[in-house]
Design a protein around this ligand. Sequence first.
Ligand SMILES: NC(=O)c1ccc[n+]([C@@H]2O[C@H](COP(=O)([O-])OP(=O)(O)OC[C@H]3O[C@@H](n4cnc5c(N)ncnc54)[C@H](OP(=O)(O)O)[C@@H]3O)[C@@H](O)[C@H]2O)c1
Length: 335
Amino acid sequence: MTFLACRIYKNESENNSGNNQINHRLEQMDLQALSDGDVVVRVHYSGVNYKDALAATGKGAILKRFPLNGGIDFSGVVESSNDKRFKSGQQVLVNGCGLGEVHDGGLAQYARVPADWVMPIPEGLTMKDCMILGTAGFTAGLAIHRMLENGQSPDKGPIVVTGASGGVGSNAVNMLSGLGYETIAVSGRREFDEYLKSLGATKVCSAEDLKLSNRPLDKGIFGGAVDSVGGKLLSQIMAHTNIWGNIASIGLADTHEFEATVFPLILRGVSLLGVSSTNCPMPLRRAIWKRLGDDLKPQHLNKILTDEVKLKDVSPVFEELLNRKRFGRTIVNCL
Ligand SMILES: NC(=O)c1ccc[n+]([C@@H]2O[C@H](COP(=O)([O-])OP(=O)(O)OC[C@H]3O[C@@H](n4cnc5c(N)ncnc54)[C@H](OP(=O)(O)O)[C@@H]3O)[C@@H](O)[C@H]2O)c1
């Protein structure tokens, strides 16, 4: 049996610039050619995350082997299983665990994965909801979970969400507002003010509007942050975080670089929390997905879903996402 997949190749022969070329193509492939696993899933939905776009365009070194189907997450229906925990017809999801990095991913009509990676669709969510959230929503949930575990509370002050119009940002804004937090949505694109307010942002502004200082420690004005951007903005937010606030570092949409001093950490007890979705241990991953269908469930998933494309039409989405031409979440219908 053959099916459609978004397969990423590396051209090992040197091109004119002397670099190896990585790119993707939509092509038919055989089930037998998929990475090994106990469970074969008919994929219904996948999504386009920042990492998927970096992987498919070769703009980031995401894949550890080639060729490979892209897609770091999917939801779908079990076609067959060699593992007793799963039965054909069961609705499931997989995110992270090396999917779309070392193992054929979710941007395909079928995936074959180790049973240990597979989770039943959580109560409170549909297969489609799971991919509106996707790795972006999972990561926002993981960040907020870590902040709450570390003592975050609304009385510490507003939470800044950077890269707010993106997948992680939109989900984080909606989740935090649902939990009763004041939320400052920081976006470089003013056209999304109304969108972000409709997700529950108390205030929407640009990074410049925040008028943050360059001093290593300054007036405490934020309770914490969910940061998708990195760089100078992250350092400045840290310097303005109130005592015992938590900052979850998620992404590098601006840059992976980050310079700071220890002052916020040692003089205010501020915590900088790492958030890594790929290798999140399975018990914690299951607990986060359970919460995503319950107390962390964004109330406006319908607004966060800004586009649904067919698998055959996914190619242009990668560049558009990297070029900041999209907002919210784009899901991929693989049926
Ligand atoms: N740690 C993890 O496990 C994990 C998991 C998922 C994602 N991530 C990372 O988190 C980040 C966001 O991912 P995503 O899927 O939400 O991507 P996304 O949907 O493309 O959102 C990224 C947002 O960042 C802002 N942005 C883009 N380019 C920027 C730039 N040059 N400078 C400043 N802001 C910029 C934009 O928001 P505005 O236009 O509103 O400013 C954009 O919408 C990425 O860096 C991704 O790699 C990490």
